[in-house]
Design a protein around this ligand. Structure first.
Ligand code: AMP
Ligand code: MG
Length: 433
């Protein structure tokens, strides 16, 4: 038996569970270092330091309504039938500081968000005054009739109500969603320290591949894997670095691999099924260490994982996805997504899941975990999963029709219609769960 023949058998025999494969990959990855980013560009990144407020928010007591700032004691007993008349001594708009004080028997016209003048302790909204009737075409009012009594503090938003000076507002480790981006803006910062996004080098392999945009040549197929993977990298917060296609020869593989060595992780597709091991293995062995796995899953059984040595001494993890377009996506969603999230410092490395009722059976012929492409919909409060038809791993449009993977566990030969299965949701915002 040749050495290579022996290694085929060896690698073919070591079947890993999905969890074992994932654990091995994640164990060789680190959370990346922090960087300072313009606030908006940090959407989806993880806060690398506590955010503490240097101010009260709001900074001053201010009005929750357009109306009149008054002393509550002055309007006790006011009603529509017997309004209390106050002298209007001034007005204050949002963004201004009050020029006038409210003293006994007086009021200041005030707009929403404007600071409450000294002396006032409540705001009476316009609709509870007779302003509309009083205000002639000529403009300013000297007096106002108050038609309701108000409690002290009514429609006044106290300083520091949202955030107190010195308070921990967002803890290190928080994922920045639109609301957190807004909160940071409210603290006055236009930059934020977050865990850096990983640069993910993406390489396709195969003599049959052409790049989209090139004129079609008979016998060839377009390289779709790089695009699904790069789009996935973008979706999960990484920075894709497209390396194009390596041909099935040593020189091409070598030169393309070298281009990927300045990235944080390299994701390749194809060349990991049995017939291809030798060439890819030889090339990768020159750059580091690589294992070829059989993972107990369908599709995407063959998977490669290794760590390459960059010239600068850095270790670059490498995930080798299978070539079939659906297998590449399934393996990317299970392993690539988790890898990116770990490097970004995110919680919840697994995909969001729910339970759904199967509308048709999933067959499991060889004790692997089946990830069936499915359309999950909600019907009368329950999730239902329909499969997208033929589950061939070459049928990329079936992936485009799916919004979930419905899972049949490895030790279950069949999940019948009506049974409940776990489904991984493909399009749920990543922080939903
Ligand atoms: P391989 O692992 O090289 O045997 O490839 C398995 C299957 O996936 C073959 O049918 C390839 O043509 C196909 N394939 C490999 N790479 C790509 C790619 N980048 N885009 C689309 N299909 C691919
Ligand atoms: Mg190939």
């Amino acid at each position: 038996m040749t050495q290579h023949g022996h290694s085929h058998r060896h690698y073919g025999e070591s079947m890993l569970s999905v969890e074992e494969a994932l654990e091995r990959i994640l164990d060789s990855l680190h959370v990346l270092e922090p960087e300072e980013r313009p606030l908006l560009e940090a959407l989806g990144q993880v806060l690398a330091e506590d955010a503490v407020s240097e101010y009260d928010i709001p900074p001053l007591d201010n009005s929750a309504m357009d109306g009149y700032a008054v002393r509550a004691v002055d309007v006790i007993g006011a009603s529509t039938d017997s309004p209390v008349t106050l002298e209007v001594v001034g007005s204050v708009a949002a963004g201004e500081l009050p020029r006038d004080k409210v003293t006994t028997g007086t009021a200041v016209r005030i707009m929403t968000g404007a600071p409450v003048p000294e002396g006032a302790d409540a705001v009476v909204p316009f609709e509870d005054t007779d302003e509309l009737e009083r205000r002639g075409p000529s403009g300013d009012l000297n007096e106002i009739g108050i038609r309701y009594e108000v409690k002290q503090g009514a429609d006044v938003r106290p300083a520091g109500q949202d955030v107190k000076k010195g308070e921990l507002v967002l803890a290190k480790g928080t994922v920045l969603r639109p609301s957190e981006i807004g909160v940071l803006a409210s603290l006055g910062s236009d930059k934020v320290k977050v865990i850096r996004r990983p640069v993910v080098a993406i390489l396709a392999t195969g003599n049959e591949l052409m790049e989209p945009g090139e004129e079609y040549e008979p016998g060839k197929i377009y390289n779709s894997n790089n695009f699904t993977i790069a789009a996935g990298v973008l979706r999960y917060g990484g920075v894709p670095k497209l390396l194009g296609v390596a041909r099935d020869n040593l020189e091409s593989m070598n030169s393309k691999l070298r281009e990927g060595l300045d990235s944080d992780i390299l994701i390749t597709s194809a060349g990991v099924s049995k017939g291809d091991y030798d060439m890819v293995k030889d090339v990768l062995a020159q750059h580091g260490k690589i294992d070829f796995w059989s993972v107990r899953m369908r599709p995407a059984k063959p998977l490669a994982f290794g760590v390459l040595n960059a010239p600068n001494g850095k270790k670059v993890p490498h995930i080798g996805l299978p070539g079939n377009p659906v297998s590449a996506v399934v393996a990317f969603e299970q392993f690539g997504r988790a890898a990116i999230r770990k490097m970004m410092g995110k919680p919840n490395l697994g995909m969001p899941t729910v339970e759904a009722i199967l509308d048709e059976p999933i067959h499991n012929t060889d004790n692997r975990r089946v990830f069936a492409r499915a359309v999950v919909t909600k019907l009368r409060g329950e999730y239902h999963a329909k499969l997208t038809g033929d589950q061939g791993s070459n049928l990329l449009t079936s992936m485009a029709r799916a919004n979930a993977f419905a899972i049949c566990p490895e030790d279950v030969p069949r999940k019948d219609a009506g049974e409940v299965v776990v489904v991984q949701m493909l399009d749920w915002p990543e922080e939903v769960f």
